[in-house]
Design a protein around this ligand. Structure first.
Ligand code: ADP
Length: 447
């Protein structure tokens, strides 16, 4: 419910569409408050209603049911204090950078005498000083998005809504722009009182937000929220950061902690060491894509074996891997994707790597091998040593298959690498295989 410090509050909001036979809840019973000074991100698979929520919050759309309050008052029509920055900002190609920002100020009714100075100031603040006369085609993607930010700032928004603002940019531009936005925000250089950002990228959410709201689809509802109590600038490699990323993934995997899937213990530790299902991540991706194409992201396991043309033994190993990593749940002969599985199925190759890495890092067998590698001086471990250690828990042929699976999973996620010619695992610290004294051959490592 709305409280005094709330800039915006949604109370029991429903958005129902009735195009099909039965009413469809794009948003179901969402209550969400944004407080002053907060940076909140919304994460969840495609179709969970994130864009619909943004439209409702900015007043572009009225919800079927429920209340939207802005500073305690019911919102009627477009919210004049809020603005949205989209994935790719539509700039007018025939206008210069300055004119593109000027258009927004003109729409606000500012007189021409004030507009130029204000537009120059906005461009300066987003770091585009010197590019006022350039045309959009002359700018990089990152710079065009900065013009978009400057234009959004032209209305002095109290509430800045960002709809995947970095997803269309290359990796470097996106990272630079994230840092710049955070600096503007944390130093108070923009008048914005709260930011709400939709993203598919969990690391981005943990890097930027104070609070992460996790949604699921069919119906679109808020599953849980997590506060991020980490100081800026956040360190992506810090254990607290990685732990938070893992926790959000665990929530998307359908569970709040502790996760119900039995991971087993590491070799040499008390308890049973659960063997990894012998599969490749590429085959697993194929399975998840196939299930994602079915209504309700759910399929009958035995029909899948026929459709995919694989034997049921292979399919069962795949479904077990999907469950182990939190991509699916198996009940009564059916496999159903979790929100994380849906996110994986629709993600880019890079995002898939990242998702898999966070899930595979928690598997005891992988953790065990990684910690052994870390403990060695050269971050390298002979296969034979790992095989001997595993044979304390498994028969030799099972131990060998376990290592094959770890090689595939490790390579896919780049968590660890394997040198085929010299038969050792290694950590790719500097992106190259370590050299062995007395052996000048180059390492072979496929990706
Ligand atoms: P997201 O941004 O999380 O991908 P959306 O808010 O775009 O999700 O959509 C949520 C769900 O509502 C989707 O299943 C989508 O197909 C459905 N939806 C969105 N707009 C409409 C509409 N105008 N009519 C019918 N269904 C819609």
């Amino acid at each position: 419910m709305a409280t005094n410090g709330d800039l915006l509050a949604l109370e029991h909001v429903n958005q129902v569409y009735t195009s099909g036979e039965r009413p469809f809840f794009a948003i179901q019973d969402v209550s969400l408050a944004l407080r002053e000074g907060e940076f909140v991100t919304l994460v969840g698979p495609s179709g969970c209603g994130k864009s619909t929520l943004l439209r409702i919050i900015t007043g572009l759309q009225r919800p079927s049911e429920g209340r939207v309050l802005y500073r305690g008052q019911p919102l009627r029509g477009i919210n004049p204090h809020a603005t949205i920055v989209f994935q790719t900002f539509a700039l007018f190609p025939w206008l210069t950078v300055l004119q593109n920002v000027d258009v927004a100020l003109k729409a606000r009714g500012l007189p021409p005498t004030l507009r130029t100075a204000r537009a120059l100031d906005l461009l300066d603040r987003v770091g585009l000083d010197g590019f006022e006369g350039a045309y959009p085609r002359e700018l990089s993607g990152g710079m065009r998005q900065k013009v978009g930010f400057a234009r959004a700032m032209a209305v002095d928004p109290e509430l800045l809504c960002l709809d995947e603002p970095f997803s269309a940019l290359d990796v470097l531009s996106a990272e630079a722009l994230r840092g710049e936005l955070l600096e503007l925000w944390t130093t108070g250089k923009i008048p914005t009182r709260a930011i709400l950002m939709v993203t598919h990228n969990i690391e981005e959410a943990v890097f930027m937000a104070d609070r992460i709201v996790v949604m699921q689809k069919d119906p679109g509802l808020v599953v849980t929220e997590r506060q991020v109590h980490l100081h800026h600038p956040r360190q992506r490699k810090a254990p607290e950061f990685l732990e938070m990323v893992d926790r959000v993934y665990a929530t998307l995997a359908g569970q709040t902690e502790p996760e119900h899937i039995e991971l087993g213990s590491a070799p040499g530790e008390p308890g049973r060491t659960r063997p990894l299902p012998h599969t490749t991540i590429t085959d697993l991706a194929g399975l998840l894509e196939q299930v994602a194409n079915k209504p309700g992201d759910r399929a009958d396991i035995y029909r899948l074996a026929e459709e995919l043309g694989i034997d049921s033994d292979h399919l069962l190993r795949l479904t077990e891997a999907a469950e182990l990593l939190g991509f699916a749940t198996i009940t009564g002969g059916d496999i159903a994707l979790t929100p994380l599985g849906e996110t994986f199925a629709e993600a880019s190759i890079l995002a898939r790597k990242e998702i898999c890495a966070t899930r595979i890092r928690r598997v005891p067998l992988v953790r065990w091998l990684l910690s052994m590698l870390q403990a060695t001086h050269e971050k390298r471990l002979e296969r034979g040593v790992a095989q001997t250690a595993l044979e304390l828990d498994f028969p030799p042929e099972v131990a060998a298959r376990q290592l094959e699976t770890i090689v595939d999973w490790g390579r896919y996620t780049e968590l660890l690498a394997y040198d085929d010619t010299r038969d050792y695992f290694y950590l790719e610290a500097a992106g190259a295989a370590p050299t062995i004294p007395g052996n000048s051959g180059t390492a072979v490592h496929e990706k």
